[in-house]
Ligand binder design. Structure first.
Ligand SMILES: [Zn+2]
Length: 401
């Protein structure tokens, strides 16, 4: 394989955003070329100036008329407010973002939310505590949905081995559980927190308040893959029934149209600020950060719920060269909490850190030994991102500067 060969269709030429620290390897986002021979703010000479879609969206947030947006929110709430029963489904774990979203919709905008949670693989103590506080101190009704443990374990293992994406089944389930419960309870409104544009998805998406329905509908069962295998293959090989997959399958188109379910993001209506969501949740829903920082980053209030969560970020780092510290630093640079120089330093220090604290639990959960784990990890190191150094160790080729 050529040393510049790129796996997963990523650009083989690695570029970093000159405003934050994210690279062009992030899936579903772009880095735009702006001007030649410009030095970035921190004074480091960079030949070309590149700006990622998340930074572009961040600038756009400053010119949006948020008063008008809030009026749209008030109108929407009026339309959905019922005399009795639930007005809105808020999916979430009770972390700072869903904590803030559910609380503000209920106590500032007068809706009656039903909160819905797709259970973590293995709760951490702090994650479970934050979830309980959200319900007890925040004051919400909640459905905690726990998927079939035997199937969820298998799917997580397949997704790790075939895609190096152990969180894929969780992400799919988490995406579907809101619409699924909304449909069962006939609640036509779903609210998520921040807009996906905050993380670099196409800023155009946030010009529409409503999420594209293709995220939770499908037309043909034969097109469904889970953990890198066709659904039908898993059923045959591992002796499951189609019905076992109910919580992982998108709702059928007809059901959605019957109930006219709308999916909105609060980040479209209110100017989103992560730190603000954090302080709000601490004050109103009993949210607590961890006592120690999360491995792979410097933050104490991200990825707290699930012991397996940090393997999501670690595998992301192996595949795309982007770890959790990059995400956290990028977002804090954008909101002006830290400088780009500080961000670069934090990425260099924490991004590649191996999450050893729950390694044993993770191996037990996916039923693999350490050799199989590393064999899988190394199989997904794209040659354009990774090389073996003189000490015969894997080394990442491009670091943010
Ligand atoms: Zn950026």
């Amino acid at each position: 394989m050529s040393s510049n060969f790129s796996m997963f269709g990523m650009p083989s030429d690695v570029k970093f955003c000159t405003k934050c620290v994210i690279s062009n390897q992030r899936p579903n986002s772009t880095i735009e070329f702006l001007a030649k021979d410009t030095a970035n703010k921190s004074g480091i000479k960079i030949d070309d100036k590149f700006v990622c879609s998340a930074c572009k969206y961040n600038d756009e947030k400053n010119i949006i008329n948020w008063k008008d947006r809030e009026k749209e929110l008030i109108e929407l709430c009026k339309k959905h407010k019922k005399k009795s029963g639930y007005d809105v489904v808020v999916p979430g774990s009770g972390g700072k973002d869903s904590g803030y979203t559910a609380h503000i919709l209920k106590y500032r905008y007068g809706l009656n939310p039903l909160t819905v949670t797709w259970a973590p693989h293995i709760y951490t103590e702090i994650g479970r505590k934050n979830f309980d506080n959200w319900i007890k101190i925040g004051g919400f009704d909640n459905i905690l949905f726990t998927p079939n443990g035997r199937l969820h374990k298998l799917l997580t293992k397949l997704a790790f081995k075939n895609l190096l994406h152990p969180f894929q089944p969780f992400i799919i389930g988490q995406k579907i559980i809101g619409p699924l419960i909304a449909s069962k309870f006939k609640i036509p409104l779903i609210f998520y927190g921040e807009s996906p544009s905050e993380y670099g998805n196409n800023p155009e998406d946030n010009k529409l308040p409503i999420m594209d329905k293709k995220f939770f509908t499908f037309s043909n069962l034969d097109n469904i893959h889970l953990g890198g295998l066709k659904l039908r293959e898993i059923i045959e090989k591992y002796k499951f029934k189609l019905n076992d997959f109910h919580p992982y399958l998108p709702l059928e188109n007809e059901k959605i149209d019957q109930n006219n379910i709308e999916v909105h993001h609060l980040g479209y209506y209110l100017k989103w600020d992560q730190q603000n969501a954090y302080y709000y949740s601490v004050e109103n829903t009993g949210f607590k950060p961890n006592l120690e920082r999360t491995e792979g980053t410097y933050s104490k209030y991200v990825s707290l719920d699930d012991k397996i969560d940090r393997f999501h970020f670690y595998t992301y780092f192996i595949k795309f060269g982007i770890g959790q510290a990059t995400y956290d630093a990028a977002q804090e640079i954008r909101s002006g909490k830290i400088s780009r120089e500080e961000g670069v330093m934090l990425v260099k220090k924490f991004d590649s850190e191996f999450p050893k604290k729950y390694f044993k639990e993770f191996l037990e959960y996916i039923d693999l030994n350490e050799n199989e784990f590393w064999e899988t990890i190394n199989r997904f190191r794209s040659p354009h991102l990774w090389t073996i150094n003189e000490k015969k160790e894997w080394q990442i080729k491009h670091q943010v500067y």
